[in-house]
Design a protein around this ligand. Sequence first.
Ligand code: GLA
Ligand code: GLA
Length: 687
Amino acid sequence: MMSTHEKTYTTKANFMLHGGDYNPDQWLDRPDILADDIKLMQLSHTNTFSVGIFAWAALEPEEGVYNFEWLDKVIDDIYSIDGRVILATPSGARPAWMSQKYPEVLRVNGARVKQLHGGRHNHCFTSPVYREKTQKINRLLAERYGSHPALLMWHISNEYGGECHCDRCQGAFREYLKKKYNNDLKFLNDAWWGPFWSHTFTDWSQIESPSSIGESMVHGLNLDWRRFVTDQTIDFFENEIVPIKELTPDVPITTNFMADTHELIPFQALDYSKFAKHLDVISWDAYPAWHNDIESTADLAMRVGFIDDLYRCLKQQPFLLMESTPSMVNWHPVNKAKRPGMHLLSSIQMVAHGSDSILYFQWRKSRGSSEKFHGAVVDHDNSSDNRVFQDVAEVGKTLEKLSGVVGTNRPADVAILYDWESNWALNDAQGFGLKTKRYPQTLVQHYRAFWEKDIPVDVITKEQDFAAYKLLVIPMLYLVSEETISRLKSFVAGGGTLVTTYISGLVNEHDLTYLGGWHKNLQEIFGISPVETDTYYPEDKNTVSYQNRSYELKDYATIIKLNGATVEGTYKEDFYANTPAVTSHSYENGKAYYIGGRLEDQFHRDFYQEIINDLELQPAFSVKHEKGVSVQVRRAPESDYIFVMNFTEKKQPITIESLVKDLVTGEDVSGELILERYEVRILENKK
Ligand code: GLA
Ligand code: GLA
């Protein structure tokens, strides 16, 4: 793990990037508008633009016929105002001529239906033609712009996602399986529990990807398919960057990650922990639905913070916010405008959690097609006077004062483990409550206990170093390999504190259950054995008594057999009334806690407070405040940068005990202050 006191520059820039997706290819017949863009860029205090993301048809209007002159001018014009460019490869969408001439580039869906041309993000990742075409155009871009002084970074494709089930992809999948299972079909059949429903394969060619018209019940197959889709996407990406690495080895590479669109949970379809290893910089596109009708502003802010902390920790370095909206999107069920103050607050929150940029989709609002009402910096009025433009300029002016923050990280003693594979397997599990598994949401429930107390958290993945933390929380870690179990054991033996819950440690990396009860290493660490898990109907409730207080339990209750652990809490009702619900156990130099049921937020607050006291965990900077205010810190060698954010609709009093400097006003502050609704203060504490 990197030292948290060194600065890590993710790009060559030592300033906060501000700007976003710029699509001048939609306006090539309007030189007046392109000229206005350059003027407006200066007025908006922006400095960095991602260009060429979907520009393939403008760059190669006919096969082998190229038109780069417009892009030359755009990049030169941006550089003329001292702007920088994040140059995209155009593979996120392709020209119609290509689909027409080479139908193999089109995707085939799970039901084996070949798709027509249209939309975007719908190419086959295996197609040799598509791979050759992307390499060719990428080589030309790298040759032409690789040494342009405006070039800051590469933006490879756009939001990789989806999957193709064409014959070529089936072939690639079978090759992947042969390699994985040492060319041994018995090994595969064993791993996939072949004899079940006569699903034993006798030839590799019988194997097909999961399908709604074929196989969907073989969990080992489903899991391997998800792994293959991640690997094949990365393989396609690696093919894209061959000429880029060759010609511009010093220019960092990113691709924009996503969150799951509906609920704002980490993106589900690709294992980003694997993808991250192939990138120089993590970036993501964040579109929280502020002011929605189901949760408080603070609750949504907390969920954004969770994803930030996960994506930042993929490389343990600052990340970039690659896309966000200055106002609204066009694809939420209701596309509400950000209220005054929210744009600055929500932008600065990203910086507080580790972003070195605020970038938007998009610079100028489209005139036609599906994104013509998606928020943008420049609206159809082409004006710098409106509220949204002024909000953007305010963010720009603020970021100009934060160059000291660039490259700084966020030290944490607490880690929560997020695992893509475990989530896939758990979602596949036919059992428990089909709608109440909610793995990412459960992690956020645990995260809340720390977020509310301003205790920094790293959200890590399983290959990272556990020993860097005092406390490791692994809720609902359903799939866990022998190897990870051994590492958890060493972590606790070495003095770490480990917390797990119901539905953890049930299957191995093939999604096969462990036999003979809970894994013996887990039994040793936790001093218990979970023997039965009861699943509740939505109306069912139980109560857990913990430290003489009562807490509501829903969804799951695991019956626990003690084997050396201390009982910390008990169930109050049902046939397991008065049996252990929460346990603790000292193992060698560390301690391990098991939480048997899904308990209300107040339980987590109280439960983790005990651990916080025991381990003397501290906020990175102490500010007294009420609920809904969040304090996050980024640490530089000489200074702490403190972000105090009011995610409520009310004025909030806060108290700062030491003397710090307000980075925006330049004034010294201490003592009691009032934060207005949605106000953020950015403070510097010099060491
Ligand atoms: C049916 C089938 C069994 C089994 C059960 C599960 O009864 O015949 O093979 O799948 O459902 O409840
Ligand atoms: C994604 C895409 C962008 C744009 C936005 C709209 O993030 O990458 O091209 O469509 O969504 O919110």
